[in-house]
Design a protein around this ligand. Structure first.
Ligand code: SDX
Length: 429
Protein backbone atom coordinates (compact mmCIF):
# COMPACT_ATOMS: atom_id res chain seq x y z
CA UNK A 1 0.00 0.00 0.00
CA UNK A 2 1.07 3.63 -0.49
CA UNK A 3 -0.54 6.86 0.75
CA UNK A 4 -1.73 7.43 -2.84
CA UNK A 5 -5.49 7.11 -3.36
CA UNK A 6 -7.83 6.98 -6.37
CA UNK A 7 -11.08 8.94 -6.47
CA UNK A 8 -14.10 7.75 -8.41
CA UNK A 9 -17.06 10.10 -8.92
CA UNK A 10 -20.45 8.55 -9.68
CA UNK A 11 -23.59 10.65 -10.03
CA UNK A 12 -21.84 13.56 -8.35
CA UNK A 13 -20.68 11.53 -5.36
CA UNK A 14 -16.94 10.84 -4.84
CA UNK A 15 -15.47 7.65 -3.50
CA UNK A 16 -11.86 7.12 -2.49
CA UNK A 17 -9.93 3.90 -2.94
CA UNK A 18 -6.50 2.92 -1.75
CA UNK A 19 -3.67 2.21 -4.22
CA UNK A 20 -1.27 -0.72 -4.07
CA UNK A 21 2.29 -0.34 -5.41
CA UNK A 22 4.47 -3.36 -6.28
CA UNK A 23 8.25 -3.69 -6.04
CA UNK A 24 8.52 -2.69 -9.73
CA UNK A 25 6.24 0.32 -9.16
CA UNK A 26 3.22 -1.27 -10.78
CA UNK A 27 0.05 0.25 -9.35
CA UNK A 28 -3.40 -1.16 -8.64
CA UNK A 29 -6.53 0.40 -7.25
CA UNK A 30 -7.99 -1.60 -4.37
CA UNK A 31 -11.56 -2.19 -5.56
CA UNK A 32 -12.43 -4.83 -2.98
CA UNK A 33 -15.07 -2.51 -1.48
CA UNK A 34 -16.27 -0.97 -4.78
CA UNK A 35 -19.61 -2.81 -4.86
CA UNK A 36 -20.43 -2.37 -1.19
CA UNK A 37 -19.62 1.37 -1.36
CA UNK A 38 -21.04 2.25 -4.79
CA UNK A 39 -23.32 -0.60 -5.89
CA UNK A 40 -21.23 -0.80 -9.05
CA UNK A 41 -18.89 -3.55 -10.20
CA UNK A 42 -16.07 -3.29 -12.73
CA UNK A 43 -16.41 -4.91 -16.16
CA UNK A 44 -13.12 -6.07 -17.66
CA UNK A 45 -13.77 -8.96 -20.04
CA UNK A 46 -10.60 -11.01 -20.40
CA UNK A 47 -9.24 -9.38 -17.24
CA UNK A 48 -6.73 -7.29 -19.21
CA UNK A 49 -6.85 -4.54 -16.59
CA UNK A 50 -7.60 -6.61 -13.51
CA UNK A 51 -5.10 -7.83 -10.93
CA UNK A 52 -6.12 -11.16 -9.41
CA UNK A 53 -3.37 -11.55 -6.84
CA UNK A 54 -0.09 -10.40 -5.37
CA UNK A 55 2.77 -12.56 -6.54
CA UNK A 56 6.54 -12.65 -6.08
CA UNK A 57 7.25 -15.42 -8.60
CA UNK A 58 7.55 -13.82 -12.05
CA UNK A 59 7.75 -10.25 -13.28
CA UNK A 60 6.84 -9.27 -16.85
CA UNK A 61 7.16 -5.75 -18.28
CA UNK A 62 5.32 -5.99 -21.59
CA UNK A 63 6.35 -2.54 -22.80
CA UNK A 64 10.06 -3.23 -22.29
CA UNK A 65 10.05 -6.94 -23.12
CA UNK A 66 11.28 -7.87 -19.64
CA UNK A 67 10.77 -11.31 -18.07
CA UNK A 68 12.33 -12.31 -14.72
CA UNK A 69 11.86 -15.42 -12.58
CA UNK A 70 12.23 -14.45 -8.93
CA UNK A 71 14.21 -11.37 -10.08
CA UNK A 72 16.61 -13.19 -12.41
CA UNK A 73 16.44 -11.99 -16.08
CA UNK A 74 15.30 -14.71 -18.48
CA UNK A 75 18.26 -13.99 -20.78
CA UNK A 76 20.73 -14.97 -18.02
CA UNK A 77 18.70 -17.93 -16.81
CA UNK A 78 18.25 -19.28 -20.35
CA UNK A 79 21.96 -19.38 -20.96
CA UNK A 80 23.13 -20.69 -17.58
CA UNK A 81 20.47 -22.69 -15.74
CA UNK A 82 19.07 -26.19 -16.05
CA UNK A 83 15.32 -26.69 -15.98
CA UNK A 84 15.64 -28.46 -12.60
CA UNK A 85 17.42 -25.42 -11.14
CA UNK A 86 14.77 -23.11 -12.59
CA UNK A 87 11.97 -25.30 -11.25
CA UNK A 88 13.56 -25.14 -7.78
CA UNK A 89 13.96 -21.34 -8.08
CA UNK A 90 10.36 -20.81 -9.13
CA UNK A 91 9.05 -23.17 -6.46
CA UNK A 92 11.18 -22.15 -3.50
CA UNK A 93 12.20 -18.58 -4.36
CA UNK A 94 15.98 -19.02 -4.44
CA UNK A 95 18.50 -20.77 -6.69
CA UNK A 96 19.45 -24.10 -5.06
CA UNK A 97 22.90 -24.58 -3.58
CA UNK A 98 24.71 -27.81 -4.57
CA UNK A 99 23.24 -29.80 -1.65
CA UNK A 100 19.69 -28.56 -2.27
CA UNK A 101 20.02 -29.30 -5.98
CA UNK A 102 21.31 -32.81 -5.31
CA UNK A 103 18.39 -33.49 -2.93
CA UNK A 104 15.88 -32.10 -5.42
CA UNK A 105 17.31 -34.22 -8.22
CA UNK A 106 17.24 -37.31 -5.99
CA UNK A 107 13.60 -36.60 -5.17
CA UNK A 108 12.75 -36.29 -8.87
CA UNK A 109 14.58 -39.54 -9.66
CA UNK A 110 12.79 -41.34 -6.82
CA UNK A 111 9.37 -40.38 -8.18
CA UNK A 112 9.97 -40.79 -11.91
CA UNK A 113 8.22 -44.14 -12.25
CA UNK A 114 4.45 -44.38 -12.62
CA UNK A 115 2.47 -46.82 -10.43
CA UNK A 116 2.21 -50.03 -12.48
CA UNK A 117 -1.59 -50.01 -12.21
CA UNK A 118 -1.55 -46.57 -13.85
CA UNK A 119 0.16 -47.96 -16.92
CA UNK A 120 -2.86 -50.11 -17.71
CA UNK A 121 -4.99 -46.98 -18.10
CA UNK A 122 -2.95 -45.87 -21.12
CA UNK A 123 -4.17 -48.89 -23.08
CA UNK A 124 -7.74 -47.67 -22.49
CA UNK A 125 -7.23 -44.56 -24.62
CA UNK A 126 -7.89 -44.72 -28.38
CA UNK A 127 -4.65 -44.62 -30.41
CA UNK A 128 -5.49 -41.14 -31.75
CA UNK A 129 -6.53 -39.69 -28.38
CA UNK A 130 -5.25 -36.08 -28.03
CA UNK A 131 -2.16 -36.15 -25.77
CA UNK A 132 -3.45 -33.12 -23.84
CA UNK A 133 -6.65 -35.02 -22.98
CA UNK A 134 -4.54 -37.95 -21.78
CA UNK A 135 -2.27 -35.65 -19.77
CA UNK A 136 -5.15 -33.91 -18.03
CA UNK A 137 -6.89 -37.21 -17.24
CA UNK A 138 -3.75 -38.99 -16.06
CA UNK A 139 -2.74 -36.13 -13.74
CA UNK A 140 -5.96 -36.63 -11.82
CA UNK A 141 -5.52 -40.38 -12.02
CA UNK A 142 -2.04 -40.20 -10.46
CA UNK A 143 -3.60 -38.69 -7.36
CA UNK A 144 -5.89 -41.75 -7.08
CA UNK A 145 -2.79 -43.92 -6.62
CA UNK A 146 -1.15 -41.45 -4.26
CA UNK A 147 -4.03 -40.37 -1.99
CA UNK A 148 -1.54 -38.69 0.33
CA UNK A 149 -1.13 -35.89 -2.24
CA UNK A 150 -4.81 -35.00 -2.01
CA UNK A 151 -4.54 -33.33 1.36
CA UNK A 152 -1.06 -31.81 0.97
CA UNK A 153 -0.53 -28.31 2.30
CA UNK A 154 1.68 -25.70 0.80
CA UNK A 155 4.74 -26.45 2.92
CA UNK A 156 6.81 -29.11 4.63
CA UNK A 157 8.12 -32.49 3.52
CA UNK A 158 4.68 -33.54 2.24
CA UNK A 159 4.61 -30.61 -0.17
CA UNK A 160 8.22 -31.19 -1.32
CA UNK A 161 7.47 -34.84 -2.03
CA UNK A 162 4.25 -34.02 -3.87
CA UNK A 163 5.99 -31.41 -6.00
CA UNK A 164 8.77 -33.83 -6.95
CA UNK A 165 6.22 -36.53 -7.70
CA UNK A 166 4.24 -34.22 -9.98
CA UNK A 167 7.22 -32.64 -11.76
CA UNK A 168 8.76 -36.05 -12.32
CA UNK A 169 5.76 -38.12 -13.31
CA UNK A 170 4.45 -35.59 -15.83
CA UNK A 171 7.31 -36.71 -18.09
CA UNK A 172 6.37 -40.38 -17.91
CA UNK A 173 2.71 -39.56 -18.58
CA UNK A 174 3.68 -37.55 -21.66
CA UNK A 175 6.16 -40.14 -22.94
CA UNK A 176 3.84 -43.08 -22.27
CA UNK A 177 1.01 -41.42 -24.20
CA UNK A 178 3.37 -41.15 -27.19
CA UNK A 179 4.54 -44.75 -26.84
CA UNK A 180 0.97 -46.07 -26.71
CA UNK A 181 -0.10 -43.95 -29.70
CA UNK A 182 2.79 -45.32 -31.75
CA UNK A 183 2.31 -48.92 -30.63
CA UNK A 184 5.64 -49.01 -28.83
CA UNK A 185 6.26 -50.72 -25.48
CA UNK A 186 6.45 -48.34 -22.50
CA UNK A 187 10.01 -47.30 -21.73
CA UNK A 188 10.57 -46.85 -18.00
CA UNK A 189 12.65 -43.98 -16.58
CA UNK A 190 16.37 -44.38 -16.03
CA UNK A 191 17.25 -42.74 -12.66
CA UNK A 192 20.81 -42.14 -13.83
CA UNK A 193 19.74 -39.70 -16.54
CA UNK A 194 19.12 -35.94 -16.27
CA UNK A 195 15.55 -34.62 -16.28
CA UNK A 196 15.57 -33.89 -20.02
CA UNK A 197 17.59 -36.93 -21.12
CA UNK A 198 15.31 -39.20 -19.11
CA UNK A 199 12.26 -37.79 -20.88
CA UNK A 200 13.88 -38.28 -24.30
CA UNK A 201 14.91 -41.80 -23.25
CA UNK A 202 11.29 -42.62 -22.29
CA UNK A 203 10.13 -41.17 -25.61
CA UNK A 204 12.63 -42.61 -28.06
CA UNK A 205 14.58 -45.56 -26.61
CA UNK A 206 13.87 -49.04 -27.95
CA UNK A 207 14.12 -52.34 -26.07
CA UNK A 208 17.19 -53.16 -28.15
CA UNK A 209 18.74 -49.66 -28.27
CA UNK A 210 18.79 -46.89 -25.64
CA UNK A 211 18.26 -43.38 -27.01
CA UNK A 212 21.17 -41.25 -25.80
CA UNK A 213 20.34 -37.57 -26.22
CA UNK A 214 23.23 -35.59 -27.71
CA UNK A 215 24.27 -32.53 -25.68
CA UNK A 216 22.76 -30.32 -28.41
CA UNK A 217 19.38 -31.97 -28.16
CA UNK A 218 19.42 -32.07 -24.36
CA UNK A 219 20.35 -28.38 -24.17
CA UNK A 220 17.62 -27.49 -26.67
CA UNK A 221 14.95 -29.29 -24.67
CA UNK A 222 16.31 -27.79 -21.46
CA UNK A 223 16.04 -24.30 -22.96
CA UNK A 224 12.50 -24.96 -24.19
CA UNK A 225 11.37 -26.04 -20.71
CA UNK A 226 13.19 -23.15 -18.98
CA UNK A 227 11.52 -20.57 -21.22
CA UNK A 228 8.08 -22.04 -20.51
CA UNK A 229 8.50 -22.43 -16.73
CA UNK A 230 6.27 -19.53 -15.66
CA UNK A 231 4.67 -16.39 -17.02
CA UNK A 232 2.68 -14.66 -14.24
CA UNK A 233 -1.14 -14.75 -14.48
CA UNK A 234 -1.64 -16.18 -18.00
CA UNK A 235 -4.81 -18.07 -18.88
CA UNK A 236 -3.72 -21.52 -17.65
CA UNK A 237 -1.99 -20.27 -14.50
CA UNK A 238 -5.07 -18.22 -13.63
CA UNK A 239 -7.11 -21.38 -14.18
CA UNK A 240 -4.89 -23.27 -11.73
CA UNK A 241 -5.42 -20.47 -9.23
CA UNK A 242 -9.19 -20.37 -9.71
CA UNK A 243 -9.48 -24.13 -9.19
CA UNK A 244 -7.01 -24.04 -6.29
CA UNK A 245 -8.91 -21.15 -4.70
CA UNK A 246 -11.71 -23.60 -3.80
CA UNK A 247 -8.92 -25.51 -1.94
CA UNK A 248 -9.03 -28.25 -4.58
CA UNK A 249 -5.89 -30.38 -4.48
CA UNK A 250 -2.80 -29.61 -6.55
CA UNK A 251 -3.33 -32.42 -9.07
CA UNK A 252 -6.87 -31.38 -9.97
CA UNK A 253 -5.73 -27.75 -10.17
CA UNK A 254 -2.90 -28.44 -12.64
CA UNK A 255 -5.12 -30.85 -14.55
CA UNK A 256 -7.45 -27.89 -15.14
CA UNK A 257 -4.43 -25.81 -16.15
CA UNK A 258 -3.62 -28.39 -18.84
CA UNK A 259 -7.13 -27.98 -20.25
CA UNK A 260 -6.82 -24.18 -20.39
CA UNK A 261 -3.38 -24.41 -21.99
CA UNK A 262 -4.73 -26.67 -24.76
CA UNK A 263 -6.58 -23.85 -26.53
CA UNK A 264 -5.03 -22.47 -29.77
CA UNK A 265 -5.06 -18.93 -28.37
CA UNK A 266 -2.74 -20.12 -25.58
CA UNK A 267 -0.45 -23.14 -25.45
CA UNK A 268 -2.08 -24.80 -28.44
CA UNK A 269 -0.56 -22.05 -30.58
CA UNK A 270 2.85 -23.72 -30.82
CA UNK A 271 1.47 -26.59 -32.88
CA UNK A 272 -0.89 -24.23 -34.73
CA UNK A 273 2.14 -22.18 -35.83
CA UNK A 274 3.72 -25.22 -37.49
CA UNK A 275 0.46 -26.09 -39.22
CA UNK A 276 0.19 -22.48 -40.43
CA UNK A 277 3.78 -22.44 -41.71
CA UNK A 278 3.25 -25.77 -43.49
CA UNK A 279 0.04 -24.42 -45.06
CA UNK A 280 1.87 -21.29 -46.24
CA UNK A 281 4.73 -23.37 -47.60
CA UNK A 282 2.61 -25.89 -49.49
CA UNK A 283 -0.29 -23.69 -50.63
CA UNK A 284 1.71 -21.84 -53.26
CA UNK A 285 -0.05 -18.65 -52.14
CA UNK A 286 2.09 -15.60 -51.28
CA UNK A 287 2.55 -14.63 -47.63
CA UNK A 288 0.64 -11.44 -48.38
CA UNK A 289 -2.45 -13.63 -48.86
CA UNK A 290 -2.18 -14.79 -45.25
CA UNK A 291 -1.45 -11.32 -43.92
CA UNK A 292 -4.60 -10.03 -45.64
CA UNK A 293 -6.64 -12.91 -44.19
CA UNK A 294 -5.31 -12.11 -40.73
CA UNK A 295 -6.39 -8.47 -41.15
CA UNK A 296 -9.81 -9.31 -42.54
CA UNK A 297 -12.35 -8.85 -39.74
CA UNK A 298 -14.85 -10.97 -41.67
CA UNK A 299 -13.06 -14.14 -40.62
CA UNK A 300 -11.43 -15.29 -37.41
CA UNK A 301 -8.12 -16.22 -39.09
CA UNK A 302 -5.12 -15.12 -37.05
CA UNK A 303 -1.40 -15.39 -37.54
CA UNK A 304 -0.59 -18.00 -34.93
CA UNK A 305 2.43 -17.19 -32.81
CA UNK A 306 1.85 -13.43 -33.13
CA UNK A 307 0.52 -11.01 -30.56
CA UNK A 308 0.36 -11.09 -26.80
CA UNK A 309 -1.88 -9.67 -24.09
CA UNK A 310 1.09 -8.31 -22.15
CA UNK A 311 4.07 -7.96 -24.52
CA UNK A 312 3.64 -4.83 -26.64
CA UNK A 313 7.27 -5.24 -27.59
CA UNK A 314 9.14 -8.38 -28.53
CA UNK A 315 8.52 -11.44 -26.31
CA UNK A 316 12.08 -11.94 -24.96
CA UNK A 317 11.57 -15.69 -25.09
CA UNK A 318 10.91 -15.52 -28.82
CA UNK A 319 14.21 -13.69 -29.37
CA UNK A 320 16.10 -16.33 -27.39
CA UNK A 321 14.39 -19.18 -29.24
CA UNK A 322 14.99 -17.65 -32.66
CA UNK A 323 18.71 -17.42 -31.93
CA UNK A 324 18.90 -20.96 -30.54
CA UNK A 325 16.94 -22.49 -33.43
CA UNK A 326 19.68 -21.46 -35.85
CA UNK A 327 22.39 -22.96 -33.62
CA UNK A 328 20.52 -26.23 -33.06
CA UNK A 329 19.75 -26.75 -36.76
CA UNK A 330 23.38 -26.03 -37.63
CA UNK A 331 24.75 -28.37 -34.94
CA UNK A 332 22.34 -31.08 -36.03
CA UNK A 333 23.20 -30.34 -39.68
CA UNK A 334 19.51 -29.98 -40.41
CA UNK A 335 17.67 -27.52 -42.57
CA UNK A 336 14.04 -26.73 -41.89
CA UNK A 337 12.23 -24.99 -44.76
CA UNK A 338 9.63 -23.79 -42.27
CA UNK A 339 12.27 -21.59 -40.65
CA UNK A 340 12.62 -19.67 -43.89
CA UNK A 341 8.84 -19.25 -44.06
CA UNK A 342 8.78 -18.08 -40.43
CA UNK A 343 11.54 -15.54 -41.01
CA UNK A 344 9.81 -14.16 -44.10
CA UNK A 345 6.50 -13.97 -42.26
CA UNK A 346 8.09 -12.12 -39.36
CA UNK A 347 9.88 -9.74 -41.69
CA UNK A 348 6.67 -8.90 -43.57
CA UNK A 349 4.66 -8.27 -40.39
CA UNK A 350 7.33 -5.90 -39.11
CA UNK A 351 6.73 -3.78 -42.20
CA UNK A 352 2.93 -3.97 -42.11
CA UNK A 353 1.05 -1.14 -40.36
CA UNK A 354 -1.74 -3.45 -39.17
CA UNK A 355 0.68 -5.53 -37.10
CA UNK A 356 2.94 -2.65 -36.09
CA UNK A 357 0.04 -0.48 -34.90
CA UNK A 358 -1.28 -3.36 -32.79
CA UNK A 359 2.16 -4.35 -31.46
CA UNK A 360 1.76 -7.83 -32.90
CA UNK A 361 5.22 -9.40 -32.61
CA UNK A 362 6.24 -13.07 -32.50
CA UNK A 363 5.49 -14.62 -29.11
CA UNK A 364 7.02 -17.68 -27.48
CA UNK A 365 5.03 -20.02 -29.68
CA UNK A 366 6.32 -18.67 -32.98
CA UNK A 367 9.76 -20.30 -32.99
CA UNK A 368 9.33 -22.91 -30.26
CA UNK A 369 7.75 -25.41 -32.61
CA UNK A 370 10.69 -25.27 -35.00
CA UNK A 371 12.99 -26.09 -32.07
CA UNK A 372 10.82 -29.07 -31.10
CA UNK A 373 10.80 -30.25 -34.74
CA UNK A 374 14.58 -30.13 -34.78
CA UNK A 375 14.85 -32.42 -31.75
CA UNK A 376 12.25 -34.85 -33.04
CA UNK A 377 9.25 -34.16 -30.82
CA UNK A 378 6.04 -35.11 -32.71
CA UNK A 379 3.68 -32.23 -33.54
CA UNK A 380 0.77 -33.47 -31.43
CA UNK A 381 3.05 -33.40 -28.35
CA UNK A 382 4.07 -29.73 -28.65
CA UNK A 383 1.49 -28.38 -26.20
CA UNK A 384 2.23 -31.27 -23.84
CA UNK A 385 5.85 -30.05 -23.85
CA UNK A 386 4.59 -26.58 -22.96
CA UNK A 387 2.67 -28.14 -20.03
CA UNK A 388 5.77 -29.98 -18.77
CA UNK A 389 7.67 -26.69 -18.85
CA UNK A 390 4.88 -24.72 -17.12
CA UNK A 391 4.39 -27.24 -14.31
CA UNK A 392 6.75 -25.42 -11.84
CA UNK A 393 4.91 -22.16 -12.46
CA UNK A 394 1.51 -23.74 -11.94
CA UNK A 395 2.64 -25.41 -8.71
CA UNK A 396 4.30 -22.25 -7.38
CA UNK A 397 1.17 -20.17 -8.06
CA UNK A 398 -1.06 -22.79 -6.42
CA UNK A 399 1.22 -22.74 -3.37
CA UNK A 400 1.32 -18.92 -3.25
CA UNK A 401 -2.46 -18.81 -3.32
CA UNK A 402 -2.60 -20.98 -0.20
CA UNK A 403 0.24 -19.13 1.53
CA UNK A 404 -1.71 -15.90 1.02
CA UNK A 405 -4.89 -17.66 2.19
CA UNK A 406 -6.56 -16.11 -0.87
CA UNK A 407 -10.37 -15.99 -1.05
CA UNK A 408 -12.25 -18.32 -3.41
CA UNK A 409 -12.43 -16.85 -6.92
CA UNK A 410 -15.95 -15.77 -7.68
CA UNK A 411 -16.29 -12.92 -10.24
CA UNK A 412 -19.57 -10.99 -10.68
CA UNK A 413 -21.52 -10.34 -13.91
CA UNK A 414 -23.93 -7.93 -15.53
CA UNK A 415 -27.14 -9.83 -16.26
CA UNK A 416 -28.61 -9.19 -19.73
CA UNK A 417 -31.35 -11.85 -19.83
CA UNK A 418 -35.15 -11.73 -19.38
CA UNK A 419 -36.55 -9.73 -16.49
CA UNK A 420 -38.97 -11.55 -14.14
CA UNK A 421 -41.90 -13.39 -15.78
CA UNK A 422 -44.49 -15.96 -14.53
CA UNK A 423 -43.91 -19.67 -15.18
CA UNK A 424 -46.03 -21.15 -18.03
CA UNK A 425 -47.34 -24.71 -17.37
CA UNK A 426 -46.68 -27.20 -20.17
CA UNK A 427 -50.38 -27.40 -21.12
CA UNK A 428 -50.37 -23.68 -21.92
CA UNK A 429 -47.17 -23.53 -24.03
C1 SDX B 1 0.80 -17.77 -24.97
O1 SDX B 1 -0.59 -14.71 -21.34
C2 SDX B 1 0.53 -15.31 -21.48
O2 SDX B 1 1.51 -14.98 -20.84
C3 SDX B 1 0.52 -16.46 -22.50
C4 SDX B 1 1.89 -17.07 -22.80
C5 SDX B 1 2.47 -17.80 -21.58
O3 SDX B 1 3.70 -17.93 -21.50
O4 SDX B 1 1.65 -18.33 -20.77
O5 SDX B 1 2.79 -16.05 -23.22
C6 SDX B 1 1.78 -18.13 -23.91
O6 SDX B 1 -0.33 -18.18 -24.90
C7 SDX B 1 1.23 -16.87 -26.10
C8 SDX B 1 0.07 -16.53 -27.09
C9 SDX B 1 -0.13 -17.70 -28.04
N1 SDX B 1 -1.31 -17.48 -28.88
C10 SDX B 1 -1.21 -17.16 -30.20
O7 SDX B 1 -0.15 -17.00 -30.78
C11 SDX B 1 -2.54 -17.05 -30.93
C12 SDX B 1 -2.56 -15.81 -31.83
N2 SDX B 1 -2.56 -14.60 -31.02
C13 SDX B 1 -3.79 -14.14 -30.56
O8 SDX B 1 -4.97 -14.68 -30.83
C14 SDX B 1 -3.75 -12.94 -29.61
O9 SDX B 1 -2.73 -12.11 -30.00
C15 SDX B 1 -3.61 -13.31 -28.14
C16 SDX B 1 -4.63 -14.31 -27.76
C17 SDX B 1 -2.25 -13.82 -27.87
C18 SDX B 1 -3.82 -12.05 -27.34
O10 SDX B 1 -5.15 -11.68 -27.50
P1 SDX B 1 -5.72 -10.31 -26.90
O11 SDX B 1 -4.76 -9.71 -25.94
O12 SDX B 1 -7.10 -10.58 -26.44
O13 SDX B 1 -5.71 -9.35 -28.15
P2 SDX B 1 -6.96 -9.04 -29.02
O14 SDX B 1 -7.58 -10.30 -29.49
O15 SDX B 1 -7.82 -8.05 -28.30
O16 SDX B 1 -6.28 -8.32 -30.29
C19 SDX B 1 -6.08 -6.93 -30.36
C20 SDX B 1 -6.10 -6.59 -31.84
C21 SDX B 1 -7.39 -7.07 -32.53
O17 SDX B 1 -7.59 -6.25 -33.67
P3 SDX B 1 -8.55 -4.94 -33.55
O18 SDX B 1 -9.85 -5.38 -32.94
O19 SDX B 1 -7.78 -3.96 -32.67
O20 SDX B 1 -8.70 -4.44 -34.98
O21 SDX B 1 -5.03 -7.29 -32.51
C22 SDX B 1 -5.59 -8.23 -33.43
C23 SDX B 1 -7.03 -8.44 -33.02
O22 SDX B 1 -7.81 -8.84 -34.13
N3 SDX B 1 -4.79 -9.47 -33.28
C24 SDX B 1 -4.40 -10.23 -34.30
C25 SDX B 1 -3.63 -11.26 -33.72
N4 SDX B 1 -3.58 -11.09 -32.40
C26 SDX B 1 -4.31 -9.98 -32.13
N5 SDX B 1 -4.62 -10.14 -35.63
C27 SDX B 1 -4.05 -11.12 -36.37
N6 SDX B 1 -3.27 -12.12 -35.90
C28 SDX B 1 -3.05 -12.23 -34.58
N7 SDX B 1 -2.31 -13.23 -34.10
Amino acid sequence: MTDETATLTIAGKSYEFEVYTGTENERAIDFQKLRSQTGYITMDQGYGNTGSCFSSITYVDGAKGILRYRGYPIEEIAEQATFVEVAYLILYGELPDPRQLANFRANLAEHAQLHTSLEHHFSGFPKDAPPMAILSAMLNLVSCFHPEVLDVHAEGPGFDRTVALLLSKVRAIAAFSYRMATGKPLMHPNPNLSYCSNFLHMMFSEPYREFIATPVVERALNLFLVLHADHEQNCSTSTVRVVGSSRANLFSSVSAGVCALWGPLHGGANAAVIRMLEEIKTSGKPISHYLEMAKDKNNDYRLMGFGHRVYKNFDPRSLILKKRVYAVLEELQQEDPLLEVALELEEKTLKDDYFVERNLYPNIDFYSGILLRAIGIPLNMYTVMFAIGRMPGWIANWRELLEHNQRISRPRQIYTGETTRPFVPLAQR
